[in-house]
Design a protein around this ligand. Structure first.
Ligand code: UDP
Length: 322
């Protein structure tokens, strides 16, 4: 890549894993992050980190021009489903309004390729599992709605202005870099695998299993956990594909589901100790099963999840949590 890469949200969980992968692949990376995500991930030496708001158009255009940035990977955003229900303004502001100011400033200053972090939440409660990209998109919360709205902006900009874009739709991002220097951390933590590990290590109370009467083999919810390093690789492959043409929306998952009970069992095996858990009511907005049909990413990018066996995900996550 001759021109540089603007990475928003590069201090976050998926963003920091991508920055390491891109740096190791020889890309010149500039990170824009507002540092709202708590403790920042350590990034490679030589990566410039600018603290700022993605919606600060003047800052974005100066950065893109001064650093000669030709492509953008846009990770920054609000990601908590429950919070989005209570505070939709925050979600439409960050994920749509500020995202638009970022996008317009970046395009005007010379960015021509964009990879945007999207989510399986755009599908809402799916009718078909595994879910292909063509499935009905009916988000059931403002988080999913805000991500879908931004995908639609990208699509319209692609048609009208020739913007080349890709919107990887993540299923459940999990795991951590095998070297253990990057950790999945959210404030507050709501994600299953960090909570399972912390419960097993006695750092938090027993895990609350949200619902055990779903129509799944063991009654607990089924999700498609994909290793964050696999996600990072997919973004690199998407950037490469964008040099040849449009990409569009892409599911990133393994095609295999794991239930909450299976995650608990895998963690117990990896740690060699029991995971304390208790039954709890269903969590609002949780579909019974979300599993990706990731064949489009395979066909278009030659991508498949390589590190996403549940045991590996849990083991890598455990190592990174010390
Ligand atoms: N989950 C749970 N207890 C928790 C956190 C999560 O039972 O303390 C379940 C949740 O209901 C879902 C799965 O674990 O079925 C994955 O949840 P997570 O929040 O990690 O990701 P999501 O699927 O919501 O993106």
């Amino acid at each position: 890549m001759s021109d540089g890469l603007l990475v928003t949200g590069g201090l976050g969980f998926v963003g920091s894993h991508f920055v390491w992968a891109a740096h190791e692949a020889g890309a010149r990376v500039v990170v824009l992050d507002d540092r709202s995500g708590g403790e920042a991930a350590p990034l490679p030496d030589g990566v410039r980190v600018v603290t700022g708001d993605i919606g600060a158009a003047a800052l974005v255009s100066a950065l893109v021009r001064d650093e000669r940035l030709g492509a953008m990977v846009h990770f920054a955003g609000k990601i908590q489903v429950g919070e989005s229900v209570r505070a939709p303004r925050l979600y439409f502001d960050h994920n749509v309004a500020r995202g638009l100011r970022l996008l317009d400033a970046a395009l005007d200053a010379g960015v021509s390729r964009v990879v945007f972090s999207s989510t399986a939440a755009v599908y809402g409660t799916p009718e078909i599992v595994p879910i292909p990209e063509s499935s009905v998109r009916e988000p059931v919360n403002p988080y999913g709605a805000s991500k879908l709205a931004f995908e639609r902006v990208l699509s319209a900009y692609g048609d009208a202005y020739g913007l080349r874009w890709a919107a990887p739709r993540y299923f459940n991002a999990a795991g951590a870099h095998p070297r253990g220097h990057l950790v999945e951390r959210h404030e507050p933590e709501t994600h299953l695998i960090p909570l399972v590990l912390d419960a097993a290590l006695g750092r938090r109370p027993a895990l609350r299993v949200f619902g055990d009467d779903y129509p799944t083999p063991d009654g607990t919810c089924v999700r498609d956990y994909v290793h964050v390093c696999d996600l990072a690789d997919a973004h690199l492959a998407a950037l490469d594909a964008l040099t040849r043409g449009a990409v569009g929306a892409l599911n990133l998952g393994t095609g295999r589901g794991a239930s909450v009970r299976e995650v608990i069992d895998a963690a117990a095996r990896a740690l060699g100790r029991a995971v304390p858990f208790e039954r709890a009511p269903r969590r609002d907005g949780d579909p019974a099963a979300l599993v990706a049909d990731a064949s489009r990413a395979g066909a278009l990018l030659g991508w498949r999840a390589r590190r996403s066996e549940l045991e590996v995900i849990v083991e890598d996550a455990r190592r990174s949590r010390g």
